[in-house]
Design a protein around this ligand. Structure first.
Ligand code: GDP
Length: 203
């Protein structure tokens, strides 16, 4: 998959105001500071397309990026900051769950996990919600450049181990680093395959 154009397509505060685009969409979600904006910039090779946040948890909008005039990358608000509100222990907003459950053109969801950390309850709680809602996802372990291969592997194995408490199906996963580009082609290949499958043409 070659990315020729990547254009910011606007922000929405709720599902109702999301663009009525019929283009296939791929969403990215994870804890604030997990490296979501950096990953979007790395995938699109557009420095500064998604703002790399200095204030964690600030963005509470769904941001749309149109790629090659053909599909959208969707930046969902990070979860896991107390400021998100008293509303739920879940730590992510109603409109994120609304979007994930009800967006008709959503074709895939990437859940980002920080490979530097041991398994975090917030991530596991979110994934538990995804599984119990019947929503499919691919895990992306971010920031693998900032620790040794063995240390990253240890955290990733521990995380996948904890996932067994949530689902019998071992989740697909990708290792990434926005610093050195690791995971870029794997993620774009997954998107390419999903697009081809949807349109009925071989990848
Ligand atoms: P977001 O809040 O999930 O959008 O995270 P950002 O993309 O804004 O990144 C949060 C912080 O992590 C920033 O200081 C980034 O420079 C840093 N970061 C993001 N991705 C990587 C990565 O792949 N490797 C390293 N070492 N740092 C990263």
């Amino acid at each position: 998959m070659k990315i020729i154009t990547a254009v910011f397509g606007g922000s929405s505060p709720d599902l109702a105001s999301c663009p009525k685009s019929a283009q296939p969409e791929f969403a990215l979600i994870g804890r604030s500071n997990v490296g979501k904006s950096s990953l979007i910039n790395m995938l699109t090779r557009s420095e500064g397309l998604a703002k790399v946040s200095q204030v964690p948890g600030k963005t509470q909008l769904i941001n749309f990026f149109t790629i090659n005039n053909a599909w959208n990358l969707v930046d969902l608000p990070g979860y896991g900051f107390a400021k998100v509100g008293k509303k739920g222990r879940r730590g992510f907003s109603e409109f994120v769950s609304d979007y994930l459950r009800n967006r008709p053109n959503l074709l895939g969801t990437f859940v980002l996990i920080d490979s530097r950390l041991s398994p975090q309850d917030l991530d596991l709680e979110f994934l538990h919600w995804m599984v119990s809602s019947g929503l499919a996802f691919i895990l992306v372990f971010t920031k693998t450049d900032s620790l040794s291969k063995q240390a990253a592997r240890k955290n990733i194995e521990a995380f996948l181990d904890r996932m067994r408490e949530i689902t019998e199906e071992p989740p697909s996963h990708v290792l990434s680093s926005s610093r050195d580009g690791l995971g870029r082609s794997a993620i774009l290949d997954l998107i390419d395959a999903a697009l081809s499958e949807q349109s009925g043409t071989p990848a």
